[in-house]
Design a protein. Structure first.
Length: 94
């Protein structure tokens, strides 16, 4: 089962929503990294390039050519859905 976060940032090159999935279900058995400098929205290219990782994406993209290990040596996102609630986002004068 693949789980995808409901929200993500919306600045230029912002990463796609966090996700997790079993290693056996992933396309390559590993994950790469997000390159926020990748240009994916170029309608003047031949053929035209569009961003397709998430709705409203303006730039950036996944680079999954080779495994990218984290500091624990893992290159997959299996078991990574135990993120918790994260930082509570508040707005206001303080």
């Amino acid at each position: 089962m693949r789980l995808v976060a409901a929200t993500n940032a919306n600045w230029y090159g912002a990463p796609a929503p966090l996700f997790c999935e079993p290693k056996d279900d992933s396309e390559n058995g590993f994950t790469g990294y997000w390159d926020y400098t990748l240009v994916c929205n170029n309608p003047w290219a031949d053929p035209p390039m569009t961003c397709s990782d998430y709705e409203g994406q303006q730039g950036g993209g996944f680079v999954n050519r080779a495994p990218m290990e984290n500091r624990n040596g893992r290159s997959d996102v299996e078991g990574c859905c135990w993120w918790g609630r994260g930082v509570i986002q508040t707005t206001g004068p303080w």
